[in-house]
Design a protein around this ligand. Structure first.
Ligand code: BES
Ligand code: MN
Ligand code: MN
Length: 459
């Protein structure tokens, strides 16, 4: 027999989805200054919703950047306290012309809801809200366990505000464990807990040559070109076999345990299928001496994201730009330290600077890699809840992505995280046509209710 809360969630599926669509219509793009007001509006809408469903101490907490939303319900004496985390900010939607339906007009197609933020992370964060609503509603405003919920608006830009808050006010988020739904399932219908994330440093290299833009005929051949300088520098950061060339960068890399590697080998994964269906390229690249999953989950990588500057309009303009920029990140694995890696990187980049060029190497944001232990009652309750919903054993995976605050939860709050995500590998995170499988939205809510009820000692 499904519990009352589960029944309530089932009866309210279409309302839950309609409300999610309202949230998805708000373009809360944290990185674009012109969307500041939209980010705040999303925070306020969520605060109002947390209040409406019956949580207490609802607060929009200011940070140096975008606000956070906090609420709690702490009256389950003797029961565990869960810290629910999610982010309501989203990535920019460009390139717009690639979207089949507009990014901020949520649209249903073949069982999915398409919109920027559908799965990352509004749709997944909202599952927490709707699971809590279902339980509060059927139990006259009571929950089976204690809950704090914190939603941030800066995850996609590094999460500095929440990191500072956690460091300065750990008591305000005191809990036994954190619950995060911002990761993926390894395959459709395969219940998954994520137990590791890569860390990162995100950097910019600015190259300057001449004092001003120059006519490339009058000066080309004698004046330094900052784009060419960047090409020379960037080409020395990684070799053709995927090895990062920064001296010392691999010094603290901890390989996965034999048991973890063995478990990864039994995951349903085909490198060819991954290459053809997910990546869609003619070949995969990187360190061939490691399996693809190891390369993605347990090895550092260095990537170039964009090189703004110079002339990028239609047609031709013969110019030697005075400056050029490269956006470069490194994904990190345990035990690489972001600050130390940035120093090694900066020193190396400066040491290979071509003549006539000055380089400014800047750190935009950073976060630690994390691997989480699975030997705790929260993970056990999670796998049991997932089994109830999916009728399958849970697989434990790592992910190559980063959620900067998870490291701080472990280090500052000293609590483990349960990363129970319901995204799918083809959900197009950060890309055009982001989607969330509607069935997973509802199954996620059910799994969360069952998880909370198990921890609260109900059936
Ligand atoms: N939810 C993602 C991270 C993620 C993606 C985890 C897929 C597991 C599977 C998160 O919103 C994200 O995109 N993080 C950024 C962090 C960065 C901007 C600090 C990332 O990984 O690039
Ligand atoms: Mn996310
Ligand atoms: Mn993201």
């Amino acid at each position: 027999m499904p519990t009352e809360a589960l029944q309530f969630a089932r009866e309210n599926q279409s309302r839950f989805l309609a409300e999610l669509k309202d949230l998805l219509r708000i373009p809360s793009i944290s990185t674009l200054p012109e969307h500041r007001g939209d980010v705040r509006q999303a925070a306020e809408v969520l605060a109002a919703e947390l209040h409406r469903i019956g949580l207490e101490h609802v607060e929009v907490i200011e940070t140096s950047g975008h606000p956070m939303v906090y609420a709690d319900w702490l009256h389950a004496k003797g029961k565990a306290t869960c810290l629910c985390y999610g982010h309501y900010d989203v990535q920019p939607p460009d390139p717009l012309e690639e979207w089949i339906s507009p990014p901020f007009e949520p649209t249903e197609r073949n069982g999915n809801i398409y919109a920027r933020g559908a799965v990352d992370d509004k749709g997944q964060m909202y599952m927490h809200v709707k699971a809590l609503e279902s339980m509060l509603h059927v139990h006259q405003g009571k929950l089976p366990l204690n809950v704090r919920i914190i939603l941030e608006g800066e995850e996609e830009v590094g999460g500095e505000g929440i990191a500072q808050f956690v460091r300065e006010h750990p008591e305000r988020l005191r809990a036994d464990f954190a619950l995060i739904s911002d990761t993926e399932m390894f395959a459709p219908d395969l219940p998954t807990l994520c137990v590791g994330l890569r860390g990162m440093i995100y950097t910019e290299i600015e190259a300057r040559g001449a004092a001003t833009d120059l006519h490339s005929g009058m000066y080309g051949g004698a004046a330094p070109n900052p784009f060419f300088a960047l090409c020379q520098v960037l080409s020395q950061l990684k070799d053709a076999r995927g090895h990062i060339l920064i001296p010392g960068v691999y010094d603290n890399v901890v390989p996965p345990s034999a048991a973890e590697l063995k478990a990864w080998q039994s995951l349903p994964f085909s490198e060819t299928e991954f290459q053809q269906k997910e990546v869609g390229s003619s070949a995969l690249t990187g360190e061939e001496e490691y399996s693809v999953l190891e390369r993605l989950w347990a090895r550092p990588t260095l990537e170039i994201h964009g090189m703004p500057g110079g002339f990028v309009g239609d047609g031709a303009k013969t110019v030697i730009p005075a400056k050029a920029l490269a956006k470069v990140s490194l994904r990190l694995v345990p035990d690489m330290e972001p600050q130390k890696i940035f120093e090694l990187y900066k020193r190396y980049v400066e040491s290979i600077c071509p003549k006539g060029i000055s380089l400014d190497v800047r750190l935009i944001h950073s976060g630690d890699a994390i691997v989480i232990g699975v030997n705790n009652p929260y993970v056990k309750a999670a796998t049991a809840a997932l089994h109830d919903v999916f009728k399958k054993d849970t697989v434990f995976i790592r992910s190559g992505g980063s959620i900067p605050i998870v490291g701080d939860f472990e280090r500052s709050l000293k609590i483990p995280s349960v990363m129970m995500g319901f995204g799918l590998p083809d959900d197009n995170l950060h890309a055009p046509n982001e989607k969330f499988c509607i069935a997973n939205f509802h199954r996620g809510i059910e799994a969360l209710i069952r998880f909370f009820e198990k921890l609260g000692g109900e059936k």
